[in-house]
Design a protein around this ligand. Structure first.
Ligand SMILES: NC(=O)c1ccc[n+]([C@@H]2O[C@H](COP(=O)([O-])OP(=O)(O)OC[C@H]3O[C@@H](n4cnc5c(N)ncnc54)[C@H](O)[C@@H]3O)[C@@H](O)[C@H]2O)c1
Length: 344
């Protein structure tokens, strides 16, 4: 009988309690050994609702006292890097929520710590595990729309809850839509195109009260000639469609068709000159429109990589590539100039 992996949780806030822990609880191959948070009521909720065996106010003590195989880190953005590096130094594998760190250099520091300590880091780009995006990526890889010419991505919602007091709206704590939502978007574009951009240009409109960017529109150019555009916005609060304030779509134009995928509905629309069944614009409905399978699939893929010792399926390098784009978007939106990168 194989031994269960001992898993710890650092940060028992909204995401950890609503999405991550319900998914972790369903994974039979792990033991929810311990959790850490500075907030007692968050700790109580984690232990009572999900059965984490022991609780700590200080994650350093948890890492020192527990014999963990892996840890899930779900903290405010400005605290992610230190918690990840300390976990790695304790030889614990890490699943870290996006954006992993608040800038590319901190992402590189994480990669070096992972190498030095011989443990892995998976970054929580959960949308890769949504049914609609898996279908989209599979169809593109099968060549259904030919070669990729252009990707357009949109992600946003209304004002972040709790403005202006929560860390999400404080630029000094890694707040703002570009790291909160734009991290998913940039990853989706890079994942679909499969290249790093060589040139990035962005325009931002800034939030009047808290100084974060309220919306950013941008363009990316890749060495192959593929291009991408994006709109990352917390300024959609007047749109109350069936998706409420949660808007996330990716549209890919190819030499032989186009495909568009919405999340969280997971609806995919495709037109393809190459596939008989998609010769007319076709809507592919998901088998399951709800979100939990996405978080379960994501975390289960991490746990399987621990069990099989295969290395994380979404890597620290993926996180660094995303942070390079987000850094460049911020730089370009402030300077008004394009940013060149990955020129060699
Ligand atoms: N992938 C997704 O779908 C998704 C959705 C929401 C949030 N997230 C990510 O999850 C992470 C957490 O976001 P959230 O909305 O849950 O934030 P949150 O503020 O609700 O939770 C953060 C928790 O960290 C705790 N904390 C703060 N400092 C601490 C410390 N030094 N040690 C231990 N605990 C500490 C807080 O008490 C809080 O309980 C972020 O990286 C965010 O981007 C991902």
């Amino acid at each position: 009988m194989s031994v269960k992996k001992a898993i710890g949780l650092i940060g028992c806030g909204d995401h950890a309690l609503k999405n991550l822990s319900p998914a972790l609880k369903k994974i039979k191959e792990i033991d929810l050994a311990a959790c850490a948070d500075v907030n007692d009521s968050a700790l109580d909720a984690a232990t009572e609702l999900f059965g984490y065996k022991r609780k700590y106010n200080d994650y350093s003590t948890m890492l020192a006292e527990e014999n963990l195989d892996g840890v899930v880190v779900s903290l405010p953005h400005y605290l992610l890097k230190d918690a990840v590096i300390e976990s790695l130094k304790n030889q614990v594998h890490v699943f870290v929520e996006k954006p992993m760190a608040t800038n590319m250099n901190d992402g590189i520091a994480i990669r070096e710590a992972a190498k030095e300590n011989g443990v892995g880091v998976m970054v929580g780009f959960c949308v890769r595990y949504s049914e609609g995006r898996i279908k989209t990526k599979t169809l593109i890889e099968e060549g259904a729309i030919g070669e990729i010419l252009h990707v357009n991505a949109v992600k946003g919602g209304g004002d972040l809850e709790g403005l202006p007091t929560r860390w999400q709206s404080d630029p000094s704590k890694g707040g703002g839509p570009l790291l909160w939502l734009g991290s998913h978007m940039a990853d989706q574009i890079l994942w679909i195109v499969g290249e790093k951009p060589t040139r990035v240009h962005a325009e931002s409109v800034w939030h009047e009260r808290n100084g974060t960017e309220k919306k950013t529109s941008y363009s990316l150019r890749f060495a192959s000639g593929t291009t991408a555009t994006g709109l990352c916005s917390q300024d959609f609060s007047t749109i109350k469609g069936f998706l409420g304030n949660n808007i996330d779509s990716v549209e890919v134009f190819g030499t032989a068709g186009r495909i568009r995928s919405q999340w969280p509905s997971n609806i995919v629309e495709i037109f393809s000159e190459l596939r008989e069944e998609y010769r007319h614009l076709t809507t592919i409905h998901p088998r399951s429109p709800d979100n939990p399978p996405m978080y379960f699939s994501e975390l289960y893929s991490w746990v399987r990589s621990l069990l099989e010792n295969t290395g994380p399926p979404v890597t620290v390098e993926d996180g660094i590539n995303m942070l390079q784009v987000v850094d460049a978007l911020s730089e370009s939106s402030r300077s008004g100039l394009p940013v060149l990168m990955n020129q060699d």
